[in-house]
Design a protein around this ligand. Structure first.
Ligand code: TLP
Length: 345
């Protein structure tokens, strides 16, 4: 039976060109700055996102943690959406490791944070009772907001607000290239208003491992230090970076196919009884839908699909998530819709 794994775009396997590049990569000790393949990937990443410098790190979680540690000291505050990956799914790392105080603001369904709510969350630096606000964190695309793409122009407004209060902006761009492709803009435009941006090679871009932290040369110097603190210096990491270079060279434009497949999946699902979903809200490769009261429980639908070789994730409440990616074809969407139809009739 064909397996259709829609649990995440993290399940993607490297392409044959990536495996080939990994096998022949020129290597050195990256902690000494001497791995030519890592150096090439870092230069390429900085150029793509329009920042001075970049550093290769093991994961998206470590990338975000490194950025928060580089921006905030102990007892200082980061303003962050209540559905941000960094707030929900990174094991409280910034608090556990860095003593950073998260100040949550509600995410809007489009992934944004209401500007007035952000402003209200900024502390008076002259009042000794308060933690000091240092940072505003944004996420684009937004995982828990069904892959929502932040509207162009929104970040410029956050930038203006941050500048008024002397704050920095970190962008969790785990799926930055999905946002760029969805908007038809260069990634550098999407990241322009952020002081730091992280992006992942191992999601829709299909490389096996790795993320990049990008920012000013000085910020990246700090980030390298934090990477060392966290044990993320990786020696002959060019073997991984080689796949990342192929990912940036060959896997960005095709993300549009994933977005098209996600939209087809959402349109098909929305027609089924018991599914609550507005397909127009699906802008990238993540489809989150709800099962109405009276419909099967999410665990039941997920198990029924799994028995037919289709994997999705129940993500709490009555919600299920499906993520399209390299390896999922239009025909797989049809098979998935057929199976869901049979289970929900
Ligand atoms: N997201 C994963 C899981 O952790 C939920 C997924 O399947 O979507 N930022 C964002 C926006 C992410 O979605 C993720 C991973 C990360 C950071 C962390 O990246 P990794 O998994 O490389 O540590």
């Amino acid at each position: 039976m064909r397996q259709i794994d829609l649990r995440s775009d993290t399940v993607t396997l490297p392409t044959p060109a990536m495996r080939q590049a990994m096998a022949v990569a020129e290597l050195g000790d990256d902690v000494f700055g001497e791995d030519p393949t890592v150096n090439r990937l870092e230069a390429m990443a900085a150029e793509r996102v329009g920042k001075e410098a970049a550093v290769f790190v093991p994961s998206g979680t470590m990338a975000n943690l490194i950025c928060l540690l580089a921006h905030c000291g102990r007892g200082e505050e980061a303003i962050i959406g209540h559905m941000a990956h960094t707030f929900l799914f990174e094991a409280g790392g910034s608090a556990a490791v860095g003593g950073i105080h998260p100040h949550t603001v509600p995410n809007q369904p489009d992934g944004s944070l209401d500007l007035a709510a952000v402003e209200a969350a900024i502390r008076d630096p002259n009042n000794a009772h308060y933690p000091r606000t240092r940072l505003i964190c944004l996420e684009n695309t937004h995982n828990r907001c069904s892959g929502a793409v932040l509207a162009p122009g929104y970040m410029a407004q956050v930038r203006a607000l941050a500048d008024r209060y002397g704050l920095r902006i970190h962008l969790d761009g785990a799926r930055l290239f999905n946002a760029a492709v969805a908007l038809g803009l260069p990634a550098a435009d999407v990241a322009r208003d952020a002081d730091s941006v992280s992006f992942c090679l191992s999601k829709g871009l299909s490389a096996p491992v790795g993320s990049l932290v990008c920012g000013s040369a000085e910020f990246v110097r700090q980030a390298r230090r934090q990477r060392k603190v966290l044990g993320g210096g990786m020696r002959q990491a060019g073997v991984l970076a080689a796949a990342g270079i192929v990912a940036l060279e060959t896997m960005v434009e095709r993300l549009a196919d994933d977005h098209g497949n996600a939209r087809c999946l959402a349109e098909g699902l929305a027609r089924l009884p018991g599914i609550v979903l507005d397909p127009a809200s699906i802008q990238s490769n993540i489809v989150i839908f709800e099962l109405a009261a009276g419909a099967p429980a999410p665990a039941e639908l997920v198990a029924g699909l799994a028995a037919r070789g289709i994997k999705m994730g129940a993500i709490g409440g009555r919600r299920i998530r499906a993520v399209t990616h390299y390896g999922i074809e239009a025909a797989d969407i049809e098979i998935t819709l057929e199976a869901a139809r049979a289970l929900l009739h």
